[in-house]
Write a protein that binds this ligand. Sequence first.
Ligand code: PMP
Length: 357
Amino acid sequence: MPKTPEDIIRDEIRSLTAYHVPDSAGMVKLDAMENPYRLPPALRERLARLLEQAPLNRYPDPAAGELKAQLRRAFEVPDGMALLLGNGSDELIQMLIMAAAKPGAVVLGVEPSFVMFRMIATFAGARYAGVDLRDDFSLDIERVLAAIERERPAVVFIAYPNNPTGNLFDAGLVERLIDAAPGPVVVDEAYSAFAGASFMERLPRHPNLLVMRTLSKLGLAGIRLGVLTGAPRWLGELDKLRLPYNVNTLTQIVAREVLQHGDVLTEQAAAIKLERGRLLQALQQVPGVTAYRSDANFILFRVRQAEHVFDGLKQRGVLIKSLHGSHRLLADCLRVTVGTPDENAAFLTALTRTLAA
Ligand code: PMP
């Protein structure tokens, strides 16, 4: 008898539901924290010429030395720290957990936070321990420290700012956590461009600190490039798990060229921050909406009957993200990415109409 998936596939994988990406064709797309702005036409033309010359018959540059040097400058990585590149930061999370997933290993994070920390722990056969945030989404440091003591986690993940709540945790508390953890603590700074706060400069002070960045939220979600920085003795081990050529030629060419015009991305991030302020103010004025201030490029808000509001927005052509049902603290919560002024206006109109219907 040939074996069935039930025989072969691990129970914890069969009980997962795949990370769902909804169809967004024709919608105002405010669900995935993308930068709503395209690159300026002159830069796009330059990219077209570079891509036309790309040696696609050859494997990519495996070391990506020049790209790493540019990222080091762009992200102000302290001297002496190593860089590891991934096919998005998702892949870096995967490498780290795979490397640390000894039998019985625990991955610790706070809840609610980025779902891939838990999912990838499950993929790798590690146990995930989630420590609830306080009701105001701040770090419950006593509970975190107690959990670190109890679980002795192999790896800890902290998103800074946090997704989906949008806030920065108190930096002093995060430092206490880093000092208490027995293993590496990854401070995931996917949204740092919108926050103006970072742990990057603290790397030399904490030998178990790793700082992760991505180009995705900065305007290059399509090329998939994540960066992990930290002490060479950690990253050297992780590099052994990296599949050869994980950062493809097209990604390397685009990242190198765009980083040479890095001010384009910084200016777009500044425009998004400005819009975030306007959107928050507008949301706070909608009756029946509680909107939380954010240090990222999205805003979390609470309504009555979130699922109904989510569907109403969708019917009106606006796609956001519903978090209702994913965690106790997110009951009736929705998350909207900050878009262009026009997209945000379309969202606000659709929201007001849905709430009035
Ligand atoms: N970290 C956080 C906190 C995120 O929210 C996301 C994307 N939603 C990622 C990492 C993954 O980003 P990437 O596109 O680099 O894989």
